[in-house]
Ligand binder design. Structure first.
Ligand SMILES: Cc1cc2nc3c(=O)[nH]c(=O)nc-3n(C[C@H](O)[C@H](O)[C@H](O)COP(=O)(O)OP(=O)(O)OC[C@H]3O[C@@H](n4cnc5c(N)ncnc54)[C@H](O)[C@@H]3O)c2cc1C
Length: 385
């Protein structure tokens, strides 16, 4: 039995999926691992990595046409998992670019919008971000205050978005705003007068990722800045659903890194005259971690296959996000305990992953919100209010 892929899940990958796994794994080993501790410590996201991810075909990779790689959803999931073995910030970068920024243009945009933005975003020449959360409205985006009003054929956009991944480095923002005709999505180029950003400092989680506030001070946008196909809150919620799918996979990547590190450490660290892996209590920890890792990876693959068959429902994505991020956090905490004092340093990836996973637990729908989504799905009774 493989001590990491104990259920031989990777045997269920196709040859092409295995090739993508190997490509991303190598990128993480060669490009991310040598630098990630330094990026994390300095709270630095290397923007130059985005075109490199584009070159590998990972940006908007499961979209078809417009310079995108056109893979299946499982391949996208595998890429998310392998990147998050490196760091959740790396996986967040492709989630935000491909799922949160390119996908809404691909799904709800006009042909002109797709032609204008998608090829440059697929190559990484243009960086996108997704603005839904506001200072007073996170879990409940229906309350948003950002407003776009008509002025002739133009729109005037005003408001503030916060906690926006890649906001400070983005060339374009997909911004969700209230209008007289309900919530609509807008493509807002960085150079739009009145659009400014400021980065959120002193984060203790996702440090190798830029998180920013976006301000819109009477930004004038042409009529064709609006995404014609997205109407109401279901527009941004469908986008989030798309990105959550990547998290179902990615979280298992962070978990795998923690488990593998703890396993190796336990075999060589000696206490009371023998390797700590030889103690029953340590073995129990490792086995519990292995069980959750194996189940979570299998769940991710199952949801991926359902997505590729076109029958994955949003509630099922919620099941994956709720289960896998929670499991990944538990694995990270258990792994941390196996490393003892060493577990709290940047010498090992565990505390970094553990801190990152606190953000992953919260963004794209908190643990509680996914519980409520599933609670409603099984009882028919909404308990949000
Ligand atoms: C690093 C990072 C990156 C992010 N990137 C983006 C991004 O790119 N774009 C974007 O738009 N947003 C982004 N977010 C924002 C994220 O989506 C929100 O933080 C999230 O939706 C939760 O909102 P909140 O933080 O305002 O918490 P709140 O909504 O204030 O919730 C606080 C707590 O109350 C709980 N709660 C709320 N309502 C209920 C209820 N009805 N019943 C029970 N409990 C409830 C929540 O689950 C949570 O535990 C990011 C956040 C982080 C941390």
């Amino acid at each position: 039995m493989d001590p990491v892929d104990a259920l031989d899940v990777e045997r269920l990958y196709t040859d092409e999926e295995r090739m993508i796994r190997d490509t991303v794994r190598e990128f993480v080993r060669e490009r991310v691992m040598p630098e990630i501790d330094d990026w994390f410590e300095r709270a630095h996201f290397p923007k130059e990595v985005i075109p490199e991810l584009g070159k590998l075909g990972l940006l908007g990779m499961h979209l078809h046409g417009y310079g995108c790689a056109g893979t299946n959803a499982v391949s996208y999931g595998i890429a998310c998992m392998e990147l998050e073995v490196g760091d959740s910030g790396m996986r967040s970068a492709i989630s935000v670019q491909g799922s949160l920024s390119m996908w809404p243009i691909f799904t709800y945009g006009s042909e002109e919008q797709k032609q204008e933005w998608l090829p440059r975003m697929a190559s990484g020449e243009v960086v996108g971000c997704f603005g839904l959360t506001e200072p007073d409205f996170g879990s409940d985006p229906a309350g948003m205050r950002t407003f776009a009003r008509r002025d002739g054929s133009d729109w005037i956009l005003s408001g503030t978005k916060t906690w926006i991944t890649n906001g400070g480095i983005a060339d374009v923002a997909i911004v969700w705003a209230r209008t007289d005709e309900g919530i609509r999505g807008f493509i807002v180029p960085r150079e739009t007068p009145g659009f400014s950003t400021s980065d959120i400092e002193r984060k203790l989680s996702l440090r190798a990722s830029v998180t920013s506030e976006l301000s819109f001070d009477d930004c004038r946008l042409p009529d064709d800045a609006m995404l014609p196909g997205a109407r109401g809150l279901k527009g941004p919620l469908s986008v989030l659903d798309e990105a959550r799918f990547g998290i179902v996979w990615g979280s298992m990547g962070a978990a795998r890194s923690c488990y593998e590190t703890a396993l190796e450490y336990a075999k060589s660290r000696v206490a009371f005259g023998k390797p700590i892996a030889g103690f029953q209590l340590t073995q129990r920890k490792l086995v519990e971690m292995l069980l959750e890792l194996a189940k979570g990876t299998l769940l991710a693959l199952h949801l991926g296959r359902m997505k590729d068959e076109g029958r994955l429902e949003p509630e099922q994505v919620s099941m994956g996000k709720l289960n896998n991020v929670r499991a990944a956090l538990e694995i990270a905490r258990e792994a941390r305990s196996i490393l003892g004092a060493n577990g709290i340093t940047l010498e090992y990836p565990i505390s970094r992953h553990m801190n990152n996973l606190e953000s992953v637990f919260t963004y794209e729908g908190t643990n509680e919100i996914h519980t409520l989504i599933l609670g409603q799905a099984v009882t028919g009774l909404p308990a949000f209010k």
